[in-house]
Design a protein around this ligand. Structure first.
Ligand code: PFF
Length: 455
């Protein structure tokens, strides 16, 4: 059942849409993942390649996604049905997006749950009291505790459901308007603190110095894959958010703003974390434990631990929440648009299903079945397997489909009209189509060839 366009929910304001879409983009990918992959890949040149990927691959795909959503006023499955026909194989891109939203949120919520756990430890003053030797094993204890993981996973899913339950303007937009400015302020406070630390100069050099010797092809492909994850592309999240825009809204300008905000926040997060890491003798290449092990150890030695750690982990929770909202909205909007469900049933059903799918991820560290046992069998535990599949395969595959569809299959007149409607950046139209036709698909194919070990 199609929802008539006139009945469709819309954003209350342009800034509301930008904050919601930037909220989707800015997430654990910026504050947890970007700093540690940058650290693992030696800084400088990785950052430069990442910027190029955002500009030349991510931005064109984001414009395509938002534009498909705005033009069809429909969530991913319905959008491709409208543009390509009910039985077209292109509809598979929409299905893949809905499926990905279930898988991604199921484990994303577990990491968000860790952030909630650390926020609780910080607020209750426990990190300050512990001292570095006792902070170091906290993450291991948390990871190994099935019950604690489960509890925070369910709390986080509950928060996400509560926001999306409110609807587009009164739930997603309203909360993005509160959480995003709060996130920016918290980040500025921490950045201000990092500026005063001895390690700031070293961190700056690490991030922006040109260390040619650190360049590897694998690093470049990782930068590309991460730009998809960070900009929330390939899953239809931006199609869904775009579908709540009105025809006259400026898609190109909004995409540039969202990508710029996302990139500035990833760089800001690194500029805030690396001085802390360097000042307290930690290693930048600590991997996924950077934010949950190295940073708490460093924070526990700084004056004002409780205040700083609370702000940092709350920031992580806020970032994760605005992203999780967009994932749940993809699943919810499918049930509303295609199945004709009422929002409240759609949100609760999707939320409960995702919470259930997330159980094995929450239990990855605490049980043999989904943890060590599975690792012996397939080389990765449940949680890592899902992250690998989503980041390296499902999101890039969705992005590839969206780029190919927009460049080669979409009606040319409609595409041009849609691009130009509401946009002042007319001269970029040809360049955008060119990028989607050749460079973007080739770049994504390289990521796949690398993932299967062919390059
Ligand atoms: N962009 C989010 C982050 O950086 O954490 C993750 C994400 C959200 C990916 C929504 C994909 C998506 F559709």
């Amino acid at each position: 059942m199609e929802v008539p366009v006139s009945k469709r929910s819309h954003w209350g304001s342009r800034i509301g849409f930008i904050l919601a879409a930037a909220g989707s983009a800015v997430g654990l990918g910026n504050i947890w993942k970007f700093p540690y992959v940058t650290g693992e890949n030696g800084g400088g040149i990785f950052v430069l390649i990442y910027l190029a990927c955002v500009l030349l691959v991510g931005l064109p795909v984001m414009i395509a996604e938002i534009l498909i959503g705005r033009s069809t006023q429909n969530s991913p499955v319905g959008a491709f049905k409208t543009l390509a026909g009910d039985r077209s194989p292109w509809v598979g891109i929409g299905w893949l997006g809905v499926f990905t939203s279930f898988v991604l949120l199921s484990y994303y919520s577990v990491v968000a749950g860790w952030s909630l756990h650390y926020t609780w430890l910080s607020i209750s003053g426990q990190l300050a009291g512990l001292g570095p030797e006792k902070v170091a094993p906290v993450f291991g204890q948390l990871y190994g505790s099935a019950g604690t993981n489960l509890l925070w996973h369910l709390v986080f899913m509950g928060l996400t459901v509560a926001v999306v339950y409110g609807g587009v303007a009164k739930g997603v937009e309203r909360w993005s308007r509160i959480l995003m400015p709060a996130l920016l302020i918290m980040m500025l406070v921490l950045l201000g603190k990092s500026l005063t630390l001895d390690g700031f100069g070293k961190a700056f050099h690490f991030l922006f110095g040109f260390h040619q010797d650190k360049f590897t092809a694998a690093g470049a492909l990782e930068a590309l894959g991460h730009s998809f994850f960070s900009l929330s592309l390939g899953m239809g999240a931006m199609i869904t958010y775009g579908s709540y825009l009105r025809r006259q809204d400026n898609v190109v300008g909004a995409s540039v703003t969202i990508s710029a905000l996302d990139t500035c926040i990833a760089l800001g997060a690194s500029l805030m974390l690396f001085p802390i890491i360097f000042s307290y003798g930690m290693e930048p290449a600590a991997g996924p434990g950077l934010v949950f092990i190295s940073v708490p150890i460093a924070l526990s030695q700084m004056p004002g631990t409780t205040f700083l750690a609370t702000i940092f982990f709350a920031l992580l929770v806020f970032a994760a929440l605005t992203s999780a909202i967009s994932m749940l909205e993809v699943a919810t909007s499918y049930l509303i648009d295609r199945r004709g469900w009422q929002r409240r049933w759609a949100v609760v059903t999707a939320g409960l299903t995702i919470a259930a799918v997330g159980l094995p991820s929450a239990l990855s560290g605490g049980t043999r079945l989904f943890g060590a046992g599975m690792e012996e069998l397939v080389g990765k535990n449940w949680f890592d397997s899902l992250d690998y599949l989503v980041s390296n395969w499902m999101l890039p595959l969705g992005g590839l489909g969206i780029a190919l569809f927009t460049a080669w299959r979409m009606d040319r007149r409609l595409r041009q009209e849609e691009f130009l409607s509401g946009s002042r950046l007319r001269s970029f139209y040809q360049g955008w189509v060119f990028l989607l036709k050749f460079p973007v698909p080739v770049a994504i194919l390289l990521v796949f060839l690398h993932a299967v070990g062919l390059i």
